[in-house]
Ligand binder design. Structure first.
Ligand SMILES: Nc1ncnc2c1ncn2[C@@H]1O[C@H](COP(=O)(O)OP(=O)(O)OP(=O)(O)O)[C@@H](O)[C@H]1O
Ligand SMILES: [Mg+2]
Length: 394
């Protein structure tokens, strides 16, 4: 799939934009704060019905306006070249209307895989560097792109979790707490809804694992790298604790899922009761799962260099790209937001090699010199200045 035409009305800093693209790589050049990320964000919106950087839809609407429109023509190489028109209308208070070929889409799930896209942004470093919730979000965002039902499943789990945790709060300190029958009901629900989430995330990561290692090794020859899912019940309080745990046990849990995850989850939940009562919360479940990247046997989060962490986050995104292509069976659009400035020239070249010619790619930069000596051929070149986008003849 590729984006042929993009029209924006009242989108962030843009009053009106109307652009045509070809299938090639598109350069977007502009100084800080001029609207490069905003433009990529609008393309991501077409693909997922949401922003990659905010949950607040109202933020998108241009200040002083009460609606925003994203309109696009999607071309396909297959399908006898039939184009599709996607229209998204955003109004205040999370009101969103999506139409595909003029037909109103009642459910996001109906349109979600029309135009798959993957965005690489400076924020991706968070996946590697920040806390477990950023890593869970990374896995969840992919699973949602593959299946919108997953999003609803997660909301459902979240609701149940709140209920169980507030029950735990109310009975903590009371005698006979362990035999509370309402708690049993919530335990059953937690396991019922939570198991599926754990299983989907776990399988996704397992699918990534070899590819992730080979991507990292293509950037850094000879380093030893690995990636493991971390179940909430295996997590110590100190994140680095589990480095030793994995090394010592050479964490081979490939058969884990077949070993009845539900039973293990249930047992762990029961076993954690005293701890839960002490902390007045639910300490076991997918809301506390994580994954760990080991570089030469050490947690990359604490011991990796900035460049190594950057490469690990880029490699994760490359895996996302391949998974989407494999599962949705369409070529995703690639959005590279300012990714070259932090890599040295050798690694910039390797990144270009990993993606070039495979997808329609949008590349933003503040300075064209970051793209020097790279094997990138641009079809369209756009220059953003003063909230306007002009075709550049650089
Ligand atoms: N809802 C909105 N209405 C109008 N302007 C907005 C809105 N939301 C953000 N902006 C403006 O958009 C600009 C930021 O755009 P963007 O993040 O796309 O810049 P950028 O070109 O990616 O910059 P950088 O190179 O620093 O990443 C800011 O000037 C901000 O004030
Ligand atoms: Mg930006």
């Amino acid at each position: 799939m590729y984006l042929k035409k993009l029209e924006l009305k009242n989108y962030r800093n843009y009053s009106y934009v109307n652009l045509n693209f070809d299938k090639n790589t598109i350069l977007i050049l502009g100084n800080n704060g001029n609207g490069k990320t905003n433009l990529l964000e609008s393309i991501y919106y077409l693909s997922t019905g949401r922003s990659h950087r905010t949950y607040s839809q109202d933020e998108i609407i241009k200040w002083g306006s009460d609606y925003s429109i994203i309109k696009a023509l999607i071309g396909s190489e297959k399908n006898n070249g039939i184009d599709h028109l996607i229209e998204i209308e955003l109004r205040k208070e999370n009101n969103i209307k999506i139409r595909v070929d003029k037909i109103y889409q009642r459910k996001k799930s109906d349109f979600i895989s029309m135009l798959p896209s993957v965005i690489f942004s400076p924020d991706d470093l968070k996946i590697v560097k920040s806390g477990p919730s950023d890593r869970r979000n990374f896995l969840d965002s992919i699973l949602e792109k593959l299946d919108w039902k997953y999003y609803r499943q997660r909301l459902q789990y979240q609701k149940i979790l709140v209920q169980r945790s507030s029950l735990i709060k109310s009975i903590s300190g009371r005698a006979g707490a362990a035999s509370n029958s309402t708690l049993e009901v919530w335990n059953d629900n937690i396991v019922r809804y939570g198991t599926d989430i754990i299983e989907k995330r776990y399988r996704l990561l397992a699918e990534f694992r070899d590819e992730f290692r080979s991507y990292v090794n293509s950037f850094f020859k000879g380093v030893e790298v690995d990636l493991f899912y971390v179940f909430s019940w295996d997590r110590g309080d100190n994140l680095d604790e589990y480095t030793d745990y994995f090394n010592a046990k050479s964490y081979k849990k490939e058969n884990f899922i077949e070993n009845n995850l539900k039973d293990i989850f249930y047992r762990k939940l029961i076993e954690s009761l005293q701890k839960d009562l002490l902390y007045k919360t639910t300490t076991v479940g997918p809301h506390r799962d994580d994954f760990i990247i080991l570089l030469n046997g050490k947690n990359i989060r604490s011991f990796g260099s900035q460049g190594q962490q950057r490469v690990a986050s880029i490699s994760l995104k490359l895996c996302e790209l391949d998974i989407l292509r494999k599962r949705i069976k369409k070529d995703p659009i690639l959005l590279l937001d300012d990714v070259f400035s932090e890599l040295d020239i050798e690694r910039r070249k390797l990144l270009v090699k990993a993606v070039s010619d495979r997808f329609q790619t949008f590349v933003t930069t503040t300075n064209i010199s970051y793209l020097d000596k790279l094997d990138l051929e641009f079809g369209n070149k756009l220059l953003i200045k003063d909230n306007k986008i002009a075709v550049s003849n650089l």
